[in-house]
Structure formats: structure tokens, C-alpha cells
Design a protein around this ligand. Structure first.
Ligand code: URA
Length: 434
């Protein structure tokens, strides 16, 4: 097979066969196709899309480009969860210990933050000593004994996706529905779980800017899972404003702990519990989402979720005392407050801009090798729809120096819009597609 013929075929809107797609992904994995030809193929897919059959074949080929994990040595139904990415999205740190405390085996492979979005691994590493580099046999032992492990994804898992994603990032080919769906689902399917709960986000801080695209992406991923007899449920959730109030690393862990202590309610808790409830139903621990929600609330009240989080920290080398003593987290002494200059109601808090502002404080990275400042970040004091008076604090910023605080403040100022009328709130959880 000559790869240029396949590029021309896709450029001319013809359907690629399963053999041709396998040849493409084999060439990516073995590095036998040069980057310029892969990029041309990605652009042709971006323009002309893929049929349902082609997307399924691409997903299968990417899933098998590396190891497919066999989790059969872990007792119980293994349920994974994936978010398509957002700002202040700390749901994993809340739902993983809560569902594990109810007996669900949670083996969670997470990623790092890039651009305006944060990553679970970076957040966990803000806990002094916490180790995310766990070998697979140790992870399996930990889940069998303690029901929970949160670790970095191994290099052998869907390596074709890793290579393609890096190329897509620099060739303007990320925003393609079949490419996003196959990228996410190949990693999840290679992860070996029996079922997957997806949080598909739409809005200013998400890949999908409108709800119809988010629903189409969700349906595509559900189909891909079903082809391989996996149970998949997708929640369509709003990401116009940041999900939680804290944006950064240690500040987001602190917010998760506050929710596990039962001290805080709001959007982050609501989405975490809704996702956790679907996981419990899929895992056979609860009969329906209502019962599951009650179980999760109960394990916030009785602190079992909080104790499970402390246990996880301890098992992976961290200091569990951070749970009661937040001063053990890395802290930034340089703080500033953004003050409202007018009376009114918060109309908008642009999640994308807030994500950029958090990056400017040092909490995020522009390239995958950039260092992270774990103690930097933002604490928002208001949400969309809240009343605000002139002189009130809108947000606090933590950074290494005044310049970074000031630069972040300028971006947050643009992100928060105030007006005289109370705005109508968009639903947080728009739909659950089963
Ligand atoms: N997340 C992924 O893992 N892949 C994409 O293509 C987009 C978001």
C-alpha cells in the first residue's frame, strides 16, 4: 500500500477500508509514515470527516496500537470516568474516593494539564510526597486491597493516539468529531474497564462550544463503546463558567477536601455526585441514580469518602495530614484581590479566560515540559447570577510575584461581566444519554 494514495482517497471524500485504516495506524505506531503525510491525512479527515464505520475501525486500530489492559484480576465491575476537559474540573478527586468508599473498584488513569485546562496528576502532586507513577501490578494489588488507585497513564496505552494528538495539536486538527471521539475512546477502551461514564462538556471553556456538537460527540462515543460491548453513559454538562470556585492545583485539592468534609455545596459537588451515581449504577452497587446519590451523600455525611481520600494519599506516599492542615500544601505568599467596581449581578465568568489567568499565575503550562507552580492559582468568590456590590471581592489570586498577580487580575477582569439584570442560569447538567 502506498500512503499517498490513501491521503488522495480521503481528500476525494472516499471511504477508507479497515485494512487501509490499520495500515495508517500501524505506520503511525511504527513511525514508518512521515509526519507530513500523517498531517495531510489528519487535515483531510478534518475537512471530509469519517463515516461511522471508519471511525469504529480507527478507534479499534488505535486501541490495539499498544497494550490493552486485562483487569479481570480485579474483583467487581470496573467503571472508568472521563471528562472532555474544562476549568476547575476536580470531579475525580471527589467521586473516586466516594465511590471507592462504597465498594466500587476505582483504577483511574489520569492526565496532566495543558493550555487552559488542569490535570488530575498535577493536582495530586501538589500534595507533598504524592506519587502517581505506579507500576501496573502494584496498582492492581492496591485496588484489590483498598479499592482505589489514581495513577499516570502508561506509555504503552494507545501510543498511536499519543503521537497523533501531539501532531493534531500543532496542525490545527484537534477539532474534528471523529478524531476526538476515537482519541478519547481508544484510551478508555485500552484501559480495560467494563463500563465508562463520560462527562461531555460544552461551553466557553470546552472543546465543544455548542450543545448540539457535545450531544453528537457523546452519541458517537457511546456507539464506539457499544461496538465493543462496553456500557457507556454520557452526561452533557455546562462549561461556560469554571465548574469549581478554585482554579489551580493545591487550591483545587483543598476545594475537593472541603466538599468531602460536607462543608461546601455547588456545581462541582453536583456534577461529581451525578457522575459518581452513574458509576455506582453501572458498577452494580446501586439500583438507580437516586439511590446512588443518597449513598454518596451519606458517605459525605459520615466522612467515609474523606477517610478514603486520606487512605489514598497515604498509600501513594503523600502526607494525609493535609486534610486537616491546609498550610502543609505549597503556598504562595504573594496575594491580590480583584475588587468589583460596580453594583449589579454577575452575568458571565468566561471559563476559557479564567483558565488562561490561572496559567499566568504559574498554575498551568503552555508546553508539556513547563514546570508547574503548585501553590499558585485563583479563588473565585462569586458565580454567575450572584449579586455583587461595589467594593466587594470578586476573586483572590496567588502567585510567585506581584507581576504575575497583576497580569492574572487583568485577565480575570475581562472574564467577569457585571450587569444590572439577574441573568437566567443555563442548566448545569443538560442531559444524560444512556
Ligand atoms: N481529549 C482527548 O483525549 N483527545 C481529544 O482529541 C480531545 C480531548
Amino acid at each position: 500500500m502506498n500512503f499517498v494514495d490513501l491521503i488522495i482517497k480521503k481528500r476525494n471524500r472516499q471511504e477508507l477500508t479497515a485494512d487501509e485504516i490499520n495500515f495508517f495506524i500501524h505506520g503511525v505506531t511504527k513511525k514508518s509514515i512521515p509526519d507530513y503525510q500523517i498531517s495531510a491525512m489528519l487535515m483531510a479527515i478534518c475537512f471530509n470527516s469519517l463515516t461511522e464505520r471508519e471511525t469504529a475501525d480507527l478507534t479499534t486500530a488505535m486501541t490495539h496500537s499498544g497494550n490493552v489492559l486485562d483487569l479481570s484480576c480485579i474483583d467487581g465491575i470496573k467503571v472508568d470516568k472521563h471528562s472532555t476537559g474544562g476549568v476547575a474540573d476536580t470531579t475525580t478527586l471527589i467521586l473516586a474516593p466516594l465511590t471507592a468508599s462504597l465498594g466500587l473498584p476505582v483504577i483511574k488513569m489520569s492526565g496532566r494539564g495543558l493550555g487552559h485546562t488542569g490535570g488530575t496528576l498535577d493536582k495530586l502532586e501538589s500534595i507533598p510526597g504524592f506519587n502517581v507513577n505506579i507500576e501496573m501490578h502494584k496498582a492492581i494489588e492496591q485496588v484489590n486491597n483498598n479499592h482505589i488507585v489514581i495513577m499516570g497513564q502508561t506509555n504503552e496505552l494507545a501510543p498511536a493516539d499519543k503521537y497523533l494528538y501531539a501532531l493534531r495539536d500543532v496542525t490545527g486538527t484537534v477539532e474534528s468529531m471523529p478524531l476526538i471521539a476515537s482519541s478519547i475512546m481508544s484510551k478508555k477502551l485500552a484501559g480495560g474497564a467494563d463500563g465508562i461514564v463520560l462527562d461531555v462538556k460544552w461551553g466557553k471553556g470546552a472543546f465543544m462550544k455548542n450543545i448540539e456538537d457535545a450531544k453528537a460527540l457523546a452519541r458517537e462515543m457511546i456507539k464506539l463503546g457499544k461496538n465493543l460491548s462496553k456500557k457507556v453513559v454520557a452526561l452533557i454538562t455546562n462549561m461556560d463558567e469554571p465548574l469549581g470556585m478554585n482554579i489551580g492545583n493545591s487550591v483545587e485539592v483543598i476545594e475537593a477536601i472541603e466538599i468531602l468534609k460536607g462543608h461546601r455545596n455547588g456545581a462541582l459537588k453536583d456534577v461529581s455526585l451525578a457522575l459518581g451515581a452513574e458509576m455506582l449504577v453501572m458498577g452494580g452497587i446501586a439500583e438507580n441514580p437516586e439511590t446512588a446519590l443518597a449513598l454518596l451523600e451519606e458517605n459525605i455525611r459520615n466522612k467515609k469518602g474523606l477517610y478514603k481520600f486520606a487512605e489514598l494519599i497515604s498509600l501513594q506516599g503523600g502526607i494525609p495530614a493535609v486534610i486537616d492542615n491546609y498550610s502543609l500544601f505549597p503556598q504562595r505568599m504573594c496575594k491580590s484581590a480583584l475588587i468589583s467596581e460596580e453594583d449589579g449581578y454577575i452575568q458571565e465568568i468566561d471559563a476559557l479566560l479564567i483558565g488562561h489567568a490561572a496559567s499566568v499565575t504559574g498554575a498551568g503550562r503552555k508546553t508539556i515540559d513547563d514546570p508547574i507552580d503548585y501553590g499558585a492559582g485563583i479563588m473565585l468568590k462569586k458565580r454567575v447570577g450572584d449579586k455583587v456590590s461595589r467594593g466587594e471581592i470578586l476573586a483572590r489570586v496567588f502567585a510567585e510575584n506581584n507581576e504575575k498577580c497583576e497580569a492574572a487580575n487583568q485577565i480575570i477582569k475581562q472574564a467577569i461581566k457585571i450587569g444590572s439584570e439577574k441573568p437566567e442560569k443555563k442548566p448545569l447538567i443538560y442531559e444524560i444519554i444512556r
